[in-house]
Design a protein around this ligand. Structure first.
Ligand code: SF4
Length: 377
């Protein structure tokens, strides 16, 4: 039985690190029961998803992340008209958000990122541009530009919100082993905090299930909670399980007989996130691409209340062994959510305009019924 004082602190949004450690050893029914209760209190029975498209404009990258299965030295690079064509297809089918991320190109500077954003926004002023991970912002801010000035320029060019990717595990001794050349914890926090202070809201993520310990996950969650208490800039928290295929880190794990995170621990991670972040971040997303639709559906009973986006493309997870496909139709989202006993609702990026999806979109989205595979971590 969970102690009453722990449950009271969880309900008040005042869970401690010691409470979190205790929760990681709590029997599943009690852990999931508490997470589900807090989910109901935070958002009721509504489960959301968004009509969006991921565009990964290049698979070339100078990064050295050891968990990456997407980077390809001989990979593709889209030009602006190819990107615009993909945006047009998405807009034509009712998508409200475009998520653009890509590898780090040696010749890509702030002006290049701004050009992509401006060219989209000038043609499609109503589309929400969810773009530029903290690592990309850091990359764009090199050569003495500085993070704040880079973010101001990106915002002026049309950036609406940012994915809180490149977070992995926000504990430096872990980052040094899995992504030594990526921005460190302090630098990630600086980009996020600066963005929030400029009015650019972001998501928050964690990539778990590799070499990190339970305590590292807890440190990560509490850092996210501390930032949120200060800025209120996070829109959602997205636990992302590490996919161990086709990458250096995963190969080492597989060779030692470690096949990566299991479904039960995925569900534990979602439940823990809901409990630790309760009253601070309302939305906990279960990524159907990473978990598969069936486990993502079950996560709706373990604290999650959002299933992510239709995507139309998802290249990164697929490269690392995800098998859940590249597109999920609104009708299937609705089916999965209703069968979980919840109420499906289409949302926008900021979770501010929830609505029931129009029947014509269910029938026609996407054009031709075919989707191609999206980004980094
Ligand atoms: S995760 Fe992103 S930054 Fe790291 S190597 Fe892959 S594409 Fe490059």
């Amino acid at each position: 039985m969970l102690p009453t004082d722990l449950i009271d602190r969880a309900r008040a949004g005042e869970c401690t690190k010691e409470d979190a450690a205790q929760l990681t050893n709590t029997p599943l029914p009690e852990l999931f029961g508490l997470a589900d209760e807090l989910r109901a209190e935070a958002v009721g029975n509504t489960v959301t998803y968004i009509l969006n498209r991921n565009i990964n404009f290049t698979s070339q990258c100078i990064g050295t992340c050891r968990f990456c299965a997407f980077r390809d030295p001989n990979g593709y690079r889209m030009n602006t008209s190819e990107i615009l064509e993909k945006v047009r297809e998405a807009v034509d089918t009712g998508a409200t958000e475009i998520c653009i991320q890509g590898g780090l190109l040696p010749d890509m500077r702030l002006a290049g990122y701004c050009e992509i954003l401006e060219s989209i926004k000038s043609r499609f002023p109503d589309i929400h541009l969810h773009s530029c991970s903290p690592m990309e912002v850091y990359h764009a801010a090199r050569d003495g530009v500085g993070v704040k000035d880079a973010l101001v320029a990106l915002k002026d060019a049309g950036l609406d919100t940012m994915p809180g990717t490149a977070a992995e595990i926000l504990v430096d001794h872990v980052r040094e082993r899995i992504c030594p050349d990526k921005l460190n914890t302090e630098e990630w926090v600086n980009v996020i905090r600066t963005a929030h202070n400029l009015g650019i809201r972001t998501t928050a993520t964690i990539m778990y299930g590799h070499i990190e310990t339970t305590q590292d996950r807890i440190e990560h969650l509490f850092l996210i909670r501390d930032i949120q208490k200060e800025t209120h800039g996070f829109t959602e928290f997205v636990p992302l399980p590490f996919m161990p295929y086709n990458n250096e880190l995963g190969s080492e794990m597989l060779a030692s007989g470690n096949y990566g995170i299991t479904g039960i621990d995925d569900l534990r991670m979602h439940a823990l996130a809901r409990i630790v972040l309760h009253t601070h971040i309302k939305n906990i997303q279960a990524s159907w691409v990473k978990l598969g639709t069936k486990l993502a559906q079950y996560a709706l009973h373990c604290g999650a209340n959002d299933l992510g986006g239709t995507l139309m493309e998802e290249k990164i997870s697929k490269s690392a062994g995800a098998t859940s496909g590249e597109y999920l139709a609104p009708a299937e989202f609705n089916w999965i959510i209703r069968k979980a006993g919840r109420v499906p609702t289409v949302r926008d990026t900021l979770y501010s305009h929830q609505q029931t999806i129009h029947k014509s979109l269910i029938k026609n989205y996407p054009p031709g019924g075919v989707a191609t595979p999206s980004t980094t971590d």
